[in-house]
Design a protein around this ligand. Structure first.
Ligand SMILES: Cc1ncc(COP(=O)(O)O)c(C=O)c1O
Ligand SMILES: [Zn+2]
Length: 407
């Protein structure tokens, strides 16, 4: 049972049937899934969700798929951790880390991909494909393996070894394309027009995007059915930022939470921050950039959902922050040393931005603040490799004593 009604264009609101479509024929705007919220609110209660499975499928009435083709490799219901140590350092009493780096393929991408895989099976696709900045391809390959589908994953040349090996293990066809993400995206849009493949973030994008709402649902549920005061969200295409907001609003609209006064802050690395620039310069259009950042997972120079992220920033009175490149690895280390959580570069961008938001008095000490940690540090080890020091000793007490200074 699914409560999905139709697709609508986000720009001109023209309606389309539930098919593998992503672009409006009239204005080329992106399409979005619409639901029968009346039916959802008649079905869903806090109890019905609490009694559901401990994964994203507990929120199925808000998702564009039925449970018939559910693919479950354990995605979702990740820990929300009270970050007392980092909070103390920054002067925040109620700082929480949403640690989505512990999903099955070690990034939040498992959420949208689980939904899309189920929808691709519903549409009878045999092949799952994607254009990736690194994390998506591991997730697509893992879900395709579980669904007994073939997978083809396309990525810009020069990604981190951990992301390539961490995808290869699931048996996809890996295709490294000479060019940046935006070049790969153009190629895949052309391929999606000609091949009968489910490109999760191209022709399946409306369904894919819905998966990230579950991060908003989970945080509200884990806080005891209330929305936080602040979310700090990393952005590449800008989709995640917008969909966390959509998740919170949907929960309010069906009466699961009382109100949403959340400020949706958006974080990008300085070397690829087109959304931040547009917002801070009060422009309504995003000017594409050529990415030059160590945060490769966020290296999208022409962000597809950028205009909607701008809208979400405005509607929620959020701020947009560009993290200096040199702070990214320092902040990966800071989170690890204070909270015992090892994140990838996107998480370094989030922590650097959080620190700046506090410094600029955008977040007060009592405010309930969520830092979204969306990818795992084991995938981008090269960015902190230079900081590694260790002692080499002989297997004797004497050698230990001579080398290690016990304090
Ligand atoms: C770890 C991580 N965090 C955040 C993002 C941003 O997601 P979005 O493209 O929805 O803005 C990505 C995108 O690939 C990512 O890999
Ligand atoms: Zn349209």
């Amino acid at each position: 049972m699914s409560y999905i009604k139709y697709l609508t264009c986000k720009q001109c609101f023209n309606q389309y049937p539930i098919e593998p479509l992503n672009v409006c024929e009239l204005c080329f705007g992106p399409l979005e899934v619409n639901y029968d919220y009346e039916k959802i609110s008649n079905t869903v209660t806090r109890n019905s969700i609490s009694n559901g499975p401990l994964n994203i499928w507990r929120y199925q009435p808000f998702l564009p798929v039925s449970l018939d083709n559910m693919i479950d490799i354990g995605t979702g219901f990740t820990p929300l951790i009270h970050a007392k140590n980092l909070g103390e350092l920054l002067g925040l009493k109620n700082l929480y880390i949403k640690n989505d780096s512990v999903n099955p393929s070690y990034s939040f991408k498992d959420r949208p991909v689980a939904i899309t895989t189920a929808k691709a099976l519903e549409f009878d696709f045999k092949v799952l494909a994607c254009v990736s900045t690194g994390n998506l391809m591991g997730s697509v390959a893992a879900h395709a393996a579980k669904a007994k589908m073939k997978s083809y994953v396309f990525f810009p040349t020069g990604l981190e070894k951990g992301k390539i090996i961490g995808s290869s293990v699931y048996g996809p066809t890996l295709i490294s394309v000479d060019g940046n993400y935006d070049d790969v995206n153009r190629l895949c849009s052309e391929l999606a027009d000609n091949l009968k493949w489910a490109f999760v973030n191209v022709n399946m994008r409306p369904y894919y995007a819905e998966g990230s709402k579950t991060l908003g649902f989970e945080v509200a549920e884990q806080l005891g059915w209330k929305a936080p005061d602040h979310c700090v969200v990393p952005a590449a295409s800008g989709e995640l930022h917008t969909k966390i907001w959509k998740g919170l609003i949907e929960m309010k609209d069906v009466g699961l939470i009382e109100k949403v006064n959340t400020r949706m802050h958006l974080a990008q690395p300085e070397g690829c921050s087109p959304i931040v620039k547009a917002f801070n310069n009060q422009e309504s259009q995003i000017i594409p950039v050529k990415p030059d950042t160590i945060a490769k997972s966020l290296a999208i120079g022409n962000p597809a959902s950028g205009p909607f992220a701008l809208q979400t920033l405005k509607t929620s009175s959020g701020s947009a922050v560009a993290a200096p490149e040199e702070e990214i690895s320092e902040c990966i280390q800071l989170l690890a040393e204070t909270e015992g959580i090892f994140t990838e570069t996107a998480g370094g961008v989030v922590i650097s931005s959080l620190r700046k938001l506090v410094k600029n008095n955008k977040i007060n000490s009592d405010d309930i603040t969520i830092a979204f940690i969306t990818g795992n540090g084991l995938k981008t080890q090269e960015v902190i490799e230079h900081t590694v020091k260790y002692n080499q000793i002989q297997p004797t007490y004497k050698s230990f004593e001579q080398t290690i200074n016990i304090t």
